[in-house]
Ligand binder design. Structure first.
Ligand code: SF4
Ligand code: SF4
Ligand code: SF4
Length: 149
């Protein structure tokens, strides 16, 4: 499945900050369809000719988000990151109440004060046929998280 690392291959990875984010954060927002490749000004430079088109091709292969965070409702508290069923078993930093580093394998984390889905394929809802996990949504104090499956 296309993931953040695949998207990052086609970003400058200089963390110049012109988009207000790091390149890794920008990649996460491309996957969640909250940003588009054109919004990275550096990709419009001649050295990166063809990168925007390549990113659009990659994103066309990435499944649309099945888990959504309403950015208007989210207050960035991080409870969902700390409580996530997948994180509890696989991400010690989240389990200890610290924000996971961006290269950790996580379902989502906080970017600029908002929870952003990074690897929806890691969410246990993608694997369970019944009794699907909804722990993050249940603990979210603002009811910002919703699912399409
Ligand atoms: S503007 Fe582009 S190169 Fe700069 S941090 Fe954002 S994504 Fe990376
Ligand atoms: S628990 Fe809800 S309000 Fe808190 S960061 Fe997660 S989505 Fe946002
Ligand atoms: S549904 Fe469960 S596994 Fe999926 S993101 Fe929420 S808490 Fe994590």
């Amino acid at each position: 499945m296309i993931g953040q690392a695949d998207i990052l291959e086609f970003l400058p990875r200089t963390d110049c900050g012109q988009c207000g984010l790091t390149c890794a954060e920008f990649a996460a927002l491309l996957l969640s369809r909250e940003r588009s490749p054109e919004e990275c000004p550096v990709l419009h430079e001649p050295d990166y000719a063809g990168y925007i088109e390549a990113l659009h091709e990659l994103l066309a292969q990435a499944p649309p988000p099945v888990m959504q965070v309403d950015a208007e409702r989210c207050n960035g508290c991080g409870i969902c990151v700390a409580m996530c069923e997948y994180h509890l078993g696989n991400c010690p930093e989240a389990r200890l109440g610290r924000g996971p580093r961006f290269h950790d394998l996580v379902v989502f984390h906080i970017v600029n004060g908002t929870a952003v889905v990074v690897r929806q394929d890691l969410c246990t809802r993608m694997l369970q046929a019944a009794e699907k996990c909804s722990k993050c949504a249940e603990h979210c104090p603002t009811e910002a998280i919703s699912f399409k499956l």
